[in-house]
Design a protein around this ligand. Structure first.
Ligand SMILES: Nc1c(NC[C@H](O)[C@H](O)[C@H](O)CO)[nH]c(=O)[nH]c1=O
Ligand SMILES: CC(=O)[C@@H](O)COP(=O)(O)O
Length: 160
């Protein structure tokens, strides 16, 4: 598994642009809050480590990952942010619902990157079980929230 061979939290701060002048929106799904709060904490810590100011970070919550697309669209259109991070945790249950939620969320966020002039970062874990989610939100494989924050800073400065 690719993630098993890569720590999601490792980055070289010397290669990351200063984020002090940028504004970030973070939309967090409320399903699996232990996981999404861990992802959020990873993102906030990385943004701060790279110079982002707390007053320049706006957080909204949405019920679940399926609502991330609408929440990120509204954030980007109304809050004058330079990038948006979509945070969610989808965990396989007994039915095919997992497949539909994951696919719709990934496609919706991809579509926002086509439609909007603001990058929307896909920080949605799509795991088989809670253990895998814990390992990727501050566990042995690092934190995808950290990875997403670094991606957001890089995308804001793309082409600069
Ligand atoms: N099972 C998970 C969900 N399901 C809820 C949907 O995301 C959505 O909120 C509902 O279908 C109403 O539109 N959401 C997650 O984020 N994670 C899950 O594991
Ligand atoms: C991803 C989901 O919606 C899923 O966790 C719901 O569980 P189930 O498939 O058992 O209804």
């Amino acid at each position: 598994m690719a993630t098993a061979n890569k720590n999601l939290s490792v980055y070289d701060k010397n290669t990351i642009p200063d984020a002090s002048k940028f504004r970030f929106g973070i939309v967090v799904a409320e399903w699996n809050p232990v996981i999404t709060e861990g992802l959020y904490n990873g993102a906030i810590e990385a943004l701060s480590d790279c110079g982002a100011k707390a007053e320049n970070i706006i957080r909204w919550n949405v019920p679940g990952s399926f609502e991330l697309t609408y929440g990120c669209k509204k954030m980007a259109k109304t809050q004058e942010v330079d990038a948006v991070i979509a945070i969610g945790s989808v965990i396989q249950g007994e039915t095919k619902h997992f497949d539909f939620v994951c696919s719709a969320t990934a496609q919706g966020i991809k579509d926002l990157n086509v439609q909007l002039d603001v990058p929307v970062i896909f920080c949605v874990l799509t795991d088989n079980n809670m253990q895998q989610s814990l390992e990727r939100s501050g566990g042995i494989h690092g934190n995808k929230g950290t990875e997403a924050a670094i991606a957001a800073i890089k995308m804001v400065t793309l082409g600069a």
